[in-house]
Write a protein that binds this ligand. Structure first.
Ligand code: SIN
Length: 283
């Protein structure tokens, strides 16, 4: 069994990401290791556990070390044999036959939920020879780097978030009537949120889901979103995860944006298991 003496946790960049070695998630994990991993998750925002060989049910058991499963809004990608696990694949198509790349645009997962998921976890099963990194943006670092007058201007602003914003340049797959009935029409969340576990403030914006900023005209909303996105997505706030087969990576949706990078040979398969964990209402 892993012990806190045999696991190592090594940062992957100055501000985001840490690699964990010495943990086999198919085996029992004791309370001390569990607490260390949960703390490392909050400290590093992306936790990568290498060399994991897990079936879908084993992945489900493993992620429960970190929280409770959050049910996806769109059940189209659920694994038939283990529906709480979904898959990410580059081989699916939109109804018009064009290729659908899940997550190809900066976003934070399901921020249109009243209580958005605190974390998303992927397990890499098949990867292209090169490319296909996941790009993370650290929104706490980005907030800290804003000019003070911008911080004053945006603190206290709230955004209306919906399943698919009318401004989104990325098209999501449509929801079935059954899924639609489970999804709130809209929710209102602050655009600066305080992390419930480390107390840091971070930008909480999502170009796919934000329809309006409360009390602003459309043009002003779009201009503010563009300004904040241009600031946040600077290289200095990013960490790009280069996947290896067997990586189980878990990231903190409360303080990161992420996107899948479709920069690889689409004849090669990219296939990962995916599950999210419940979170709290942002404040
Ligand atoms: C996602 O947005 O959840 C998927 C990210 C990825 O495939 O890299």
């Amino acid at each position: 069994m892993a012990s806190t003496k045999t696991i190592t946790i090594t940062p992957l960049s100055d501000h985001t990401g840490a690699e964990v070695e010495g943990v086999d998630l198919s085996k029992p994990i004791d309370a001390e290791v569990r607490a260390r991993l949960n703390k490392a998750f909050v400290d590093h925002s992306v936790l990568v556990m290498r060399d994991q060989t897990l079936s879908a049910p084993q992945m489900l058991d493993a992620v429960k070390l970190f929280g409770e499963v959050f049910h996806q809004q769109n059940t189209r990608f659920a694994l038939p044999e283990c529906p709480e696990i979904h898959y990410i694949s580059n081989q699916d198509k939109y109804d018009d036959g064009s290729r659908y790349i899940p997550g190809a645009g900066y976003h934070t997962d399901h921020s249109n939920a009243v209580e958005p998921p605190k974390a998303t976890v992927l397990l890499a099963l098949e990867l292209p020879d090169s490319g296909g990194d996941t790009q993370y943006v650290n929104m706490q670092e980005a907030y800290d780097g804003l000019p003070e007058d911008t911080k004053r201007r945006i603190d206290g602003l709230k955004a209306v978030q919906v399943y698919q914003s009318r401004h989104s340049t990325r098209k999501l797959t449509g929801l079935s009537a059954e899924n639609r009935a489970r999804v709130a029409d809209s929710v209102i969340h602050p655009i600066v949120r305080t992390h419930p576990e480390n107390g840091r403030k971070g930008l909480f914006i999502n170009p796919i889901r934000i329809d309006d900023i409360v009390g602003m005209e459309e043009a002003e909303t779009l201009s503010l979103m563009d300004e904040l996105m241009a600031h946040a997505t600077q290289d200095k706030y990013q960490y790009w995860h280069k996947w290896r087969v067997g990586d189980l990576a878990m990231w903190d949706n409360r303080c990161l944006l992420h996107k899948a990078n479709p920069d690889y040979d689409m004849d090669q398969m990219r296939y990962l298991y995916r599950v999210m964990l419940k979170g709290d209402a942002p404040y």
